[in-house]
Design a protein around this ligand. Sequence first.
Ligand SMILES: [Zn+2]
Length: 331
Amino acid sequence: MLFDGIAFAPRSSQRHIAQLDVSQANQLSLRVDGDIISCDLQYADISAPLGKLPVKFIFPNGWVFTVERNADVNQWLVLNKQSSWIDKLETNWLAWIVSAVVCLCAVLIFYCYVLPWTSDKVAKAVPEHIAVSLGDKILEGLDNSWEESKLSVEQQQQIRQRLAQHLTHLEKLPYSIKLEFRASDMGANAFALPGGKIVLLDDMVQLAEGPQQLDSIILHEIGHIHHNHMLKKLVHSSLLSVGVALLTGESSGVIDNLAGLGVFLLSNGHSREAELEADAYARVAMLERYGTSQPLAQILKLLDEQNASDIPEWISTHPDFEQRIQAANEE
Ligand SMILES: [Zn+2]
């Protein structure tokens, strides 16, 4: 049997039309430019062929012969036990289905268990100064669309003083807390950044009916810092984009810098579990400090009403807020 293909002389990229004679058992003969180059089959290096890629025969003296896949080539490879395990898989549908299921299970286990566990560990291992500078970078990004707070210096000082008092009663936090004030047209909101910075938007201060309601929001943000939610989410998303990049070969997700990703994550809010954890933290702190968690429930209700007027009913997060208000009401 003869295979028609292309041959390359040792260390040369010049193409030669050639034929490979495989009719003799355990021997390969390359016919090229009137010469015949022969070698024992066992000394030839035959590339493990993948799918429809050409097959490559490398002779001990350096000559290379490549041949496109066809039925004859495939049959010869099978007979000479040169087909790769992938080739064998391709002809075995059951193996294909099994490997697809195994892959799917691996992805699910990675997503549901490995990813959250690793995110947790990595977030905990991030040194404080890195978390702080990451938080600063995120704030820098947010400041592109935010403005300076319109609150008076006295007003800001009063809030900071109350925060300082709360901090003396709270158990040690992973970062030292710093309060920042900003104005934005995005509505009443507050954010906890990696590294311990809390940003309070003017509208949130306006919305709160009294200092206790505002304190419960600040304590909720401290709850996010206590649980390190933002950093965990950031690590989680980064690992996920690395995972997706590895699986799909699409690497643009990895290139997204962390700070840019942080801004994106903040604007998309925390998960429901994270919000409930931060609420629970604030509720306990409110009960200890003021003997009631009602102000938390009240401000959540006000936020819910604000959302209801801003966002169409069908995408608003009503059930979540109802659950959160109910939980905050538990004394
Ligand atoms: Zn929150």
